[in-house]
Design a protein around this ligand. Structure first.
Ligand SMILES: Cc1cc2nc3c(=O)[nH]c(=O)nc-3n(C[C@H](O)[C@H](O)[C@H](O)COP(=O)(O)OP(=O)(O)OC[C@H]3O[C@@H](n4cnc5c(N)ncnc54)[C@H](O)[C@@H]3O)c2cc1C
Length: 412
């Protein structure tokens, strides 16, 4: 028999996994997550381009966690805050807890756009990047080298919805990869990559200096930016946009969706205090209102004492995880719970396969050096020092060259 308290953590992302890693021996810790791996989302673009491999950025949870932590791969479909249980989908059973951590992150927000959920490809998971890459290869494979340039361009038009950091990172990466494939396959003309943005500028929320670097990169990667433009409909092979009251239908090989995030159905089902956007209101200690034994963090939590630019970022979830772990230990040991001011740790944006932009210490720098700095910075933010060492060594000795979009079945 053990008198250790049961700590259940739902979600193995930045918030949940890093809380579990920091908790160690505080209680009987169980981490429940839908996927068997963690995902370092800031480098999903590099996974798309083959600059990094799946094991670098999506290590298996069991490799990261020490044996004292139980990992369950399953989806939590309900939480009963009174009975203190969570219900699992695949195992069709309930797990009881004394302390609960909610770190389930967000889901793609298709904002009710006709056909978007069915036909566009979200960009949030390894499987999404695999799907997008195979659509790019498939579209290229269908274009013979003697195709006229205008037909080639029409067959190889890709759209990215949303010009936030995610949209511009994805669009520049796709454009560079496609242009490289054009050269290798001796195709005529150019691919077309569009970014569709409702607002009047790219990377809204970021400073002007970093925006300038981003705009230059979009230009040099030949990405077409359509601002003040609304997506009206996504079809199987088309996209309809509206600008200045005029609608245009564009034939597309694929539409990638980076148009926003909303809370998941599990969070919607919870009867706790929330904001108008459905985020869980947390106290400065990251405890959920009226539930001392329940903590929420990351993309689903509304925490007032953080710079607005940090909302919905990995760097906030990561910092909050440390506080949640400390506060759980304090709660279980009868000590006073703490709060913390979360600071901005700097920004790093990937811009195609050869450049990046990094904001550090109030200064912005771009280009190939920034790309290297971004890899170095992100090595230090990967979970566990063992994983960091393995990945750092692999990037240093084996390199981070993109994997070209070769014809299906061809060897590199
Ligand atoms: C492509 C991309 C690039 C990004 N780049 C950056 C960046 O450069 N910098 C930055 O700061 N932020 C970035 N972000 C945002 C960052 O990923 C999130 O802010 C961060 O992941 C939030 O952490 P979280 O723990 O709240 O959620 P997540 O990391 O999303 O983790 C949630 C976990 O919960 C699991 N889960 C969900 N529902 C359930 C359920 N019902 N039952 C069990 N498990 C469940 C999910 O599978 C997932 O493992 C990026 C996001 C994306 C998608």
């Amino acid at each position: 028999m053990t008198d250790k308290k049961r700590i259940a953590i739902i979600g193995g992302g930045f918030g949940g996994l890093f809380t579990a890693l920091d908790l160690s021996s505080a209680g009987d810790v169980t981490l429940i997550s839908e996927e068997d791996h963690f995902l370092f989302t800031p480098m999903l673009y590099e996974y798309l381009s083959g600059e990094v491999e799946a094991w670098h950025i999506a290590p298996n949870q069991k490799e990261l966690l020490d044996e004292s932590i139980t990992f369950i791969r399953d989806t939590v479909v309900a939480v009963d805050l009174r009975a203190r249980t969570v219900s699992l989908k695949l195992r069709n059973k309930q797990i009881s807890y004394d302390v609960l951590v909610l770190g389930v992150g967000g889901v793609s927000n298709f904002a009710g756009v006709n056909g978007a959920a069915e036909h566009s490809i979200p960009f949030r998971k390894i499987a999404d990047a695999d799907k997008l890459r195979s659509r790019m290869v498939d579209a290229l494979d269908h274009v013979p080298p003697d195709f006229p340039p205008q037909d080639t361009q029409q067959a190889l038009t890709f759209a990215v919805v949303g010009a936030g950091a995610s949209g511009v990172e994805l669009a520049t990466k796709m454009a560079d990869l496609l242009r490289d494939a054009f050269k290798r396959r001796a195709l005529r003309g150019e691919p077309r990559v569009l970014v569709i943005e409702m607002g009047d500028r790219v990377v809204p929320g970021m400073g002007d200096e970093i925006r300038e670097v981003v705009e230059e990169a979009l230009l040099s990667s030949h990405v077409e930016v359509h601002s003040l433009t609304r997506v009206v409909r996504v079809g199987e092979k088309s996209l309809t946009i509206e600008h200045d009251g005029k609608q245009t239908e564009i034939a597309t090989a694929a539409v990638a969706w980076t148009g926003g995030v909303r809370v998941s159905p599990l969070v919607e089902s919870l009867e706790v205090e929330k904001t108008s956007r459905g985020l869980i209101v947390v106290r400065p200690t990251l405890q959920v209102t009226d539930h001392d034994n329940v903590f929420a963090l990351g993309d689903i939590a509304h925490f007032t004492d953080a710079p607005p630019i940090l909302a919905g970022t990995a760097q906030l979830a990561l910092q909050q995880a440390g506080l949640v772990a400390k506060n759980i230990e304090a709660l279980l040991n009868g000590r006073e719970l703490q709060t913390k001011h979360f600071a901005e740790l700097g920004e790093a944006v990937s811009l195609g396969t050869e450049r990046a932009a990094v904001l550090a210490g109030g200064k912005v720098f771009g280009g190939a050096l920034a790309r290297q700095a971004r890899f170095a910075l992100y090595t230090s933010r990967l979970p566990t020092w063992q994983h960091r060492l393995r990945v750092g060594a692999s990037w240093f000795f084996e390199g981070t060259t993109p994997r070209p979009l070769l014809p299906l079945g061809a060897r590199r």
